[in-house]
Design a protein around this ligand. Structure first.
Ligand SMILES: NC(=O)c1ccc[n+]([C@@H]2O[C@H](COP(=O)([O-])OP(=O)(O)OC[C@H]3O[C@@H](n4cnc5c(N)ncnc54)[C@H](O)[C@@H]3O)[C@@H](O)[C@H]2O)c1
Length: 384
């Protein structure tokens, strides 16, 4: 297949690497010559390292790199079978790009966006043939993260959805089919991992290190919420939460945190600035978590219940199937288990009664249990 990619930034060049590694011919277009230069140099560096690590022979690396070309004119994408757009997250600019692209490529070409926060419907509305527009959402870094969300909009044709899924599956990715709704699966279902952790901190129940330790030691998560927010960047993570919150008409479940906003405003963004919830200088010491096992169990149970509720609610609203939601959380965020499989393991009654307690204690809509979770508990049913 001929794959076109628009945008040679971190996502565009990562997607180019994935596609070319899978044997596709890839053409990457960017308006910025410096971005093209940087992407080319960084791909060369990546493959030099992969050859050193003996993941590829020099010949294989040369062949993969030989399949990627960089161009400075969109017209050169004319022979593409699939174009994936990964430019700046701005609706008007994306719409302009899509309506121009449509005049360049053949009628059969699929037009995909890698957007994280815009609706596919709003992007496709700029096209004469919205039935061939779809969301193909990779995670960062694209070569390492296995998950790709496939997002047909209400106007996308069934055949475009099928072909997009088949193509990305053939690139050895795990695909999850998801409705064109805010945050898709991962950026929606993962919100309580950060939000409830921040809330527990803000209430003074525990410090960052103890909350992180609870999730890692008891839950087996690779990183605690505060470590992960520092890794993602407090600015980026805050913006995703705020966007999801706004898109859900201010549902209190997604309410952003002042703590994270202040960290972000103060430039304490995390690893990239050397300081966030933790320090990242060479000699920095890590605060010790509490050894209160009961406290840590309470923290873990509360965050897990919120996560399970979010996953169950996404099934309830038919955002995606239970299978795809669990796949998405395992491969898009590296959770140790799927949240719905986790619910089956502990029984729906446990998170339900925890949420009912929180709801009673705080009287806040944030803690309302999903009606599907209630139903599952009542019927003693399981997701799988
Ligand atoms: N970074 C992430 O973690 C991540 C994850 C998933 C999805 N996304 C989405 O992927 C997209 C790209 O994100 P990124 O982080 O790679 O951005 P980036 O800033 O690294 O790269 C964007 C590139 O697009 C180019 N560009 C801008 N306008 C253009 C135009 N009109 N035509 C051609 N090229 C143009 C820029 O020169 C730049 O090189 C966004 O929609 C973002 O929401 C990002």
């Amino acid at each position: 297949m001929n794959i076109g990619i628009i945008g040679a930034g971190s996502m565009g060049s990562g997607i180019a690497q994935v596609a070319a590694t899978a044997g596709e011919e890839v053409m990457v277009f960017d308006t910025n010559a410096t971005a093209i230069e940087k992407a080319g140099a960084s791909l060369n560096k990546v493959f030099t390292r992969l050859v050193e690590k003996q993941k590829y022979t020099q010949q294989e690396a040369d062949d993969i790199l030989g399949r990627i070309s960089f161009v400075d004119s969109m017209e050169l994408l004319e022979n593409s079978d699939l174009v994936i757009e990964a430019i700046i997250e701005n609706l008007e600019i994306k719409q302009t790009v899509f309506s121009k692209l449509e005049t360049i490529v053949s009628d059969k070409c699929i037009l995909a966006s890698n957007t994280s926060s815009l609706s596919i419907a709003s992007i496709s509305s700029a096209c004469k043939h919205p039935e061939r527009v779809i969301g193909i959402h990779f995670f960062n870094p694209a070569p390492l993260m296995k998950l790709v969300e496939i997002i047909p909009s209400i106007t996308t044709s069934h055949s475009v959805t099928q072909l997009s899924k088949q193509t990305i599956d053939s690139w050895k990715k795990v695909t999850a089919l998801v409705k064109d709704t805010p945050g898709f699966i991962v950026n929606r279902v993962a919100r309580p991992f950060y939000g409830e952790a921040l809330r527990i901190y803000e209430e003074g129940i525990a410090d960052f290190a103890t909350i992180d330790a609870a999730m890692k030691e008891i839950g087996g998560f690779r990183m605690g919420p505060f470590e992960l927010m520092d890794y993602i960047g407090n600015d980026v993570n805050y913006t995703v939460t705020e966007t999801v919150f706004t898109s859900f008409y201010f549902d209190p479940r997604y309410k952003p945190s002042f703590t994270q906003k202040r960290f972000s405003e103060a430039g304490l963004l995390g690893r990239k600035t050397g300081k966030g919830f933790y320090e990242y200088s060479e000699n920095a010491s890590r605060p010790k978590p509490s050894e209160d096992e009961e406290l840590k169990r309470h923290i873990f149970d509360r965050i897990l219940a919120m996560l399970i509720n979010e996953a169950a609610d996404a099934v309830f609203w038919q955002v995606a199937s239970a299978e795809d939601i669990d796949l998405a959380m395992r491969f898009g965020t590296n959770y140790p288990k799927g949240l719905l499989a986790w619910c089956d393991e502990i029984g729906a009654n446990k998170p339900l009664s925890l949420l009912e307690n929180l709801y009673q204690t705080y009287g806040e809509d944030r803690y309302r249990p999903s009606s599907l979770l209630r139903k599952m508990a009542k019927e003693n049913a399981s997701f799988f």
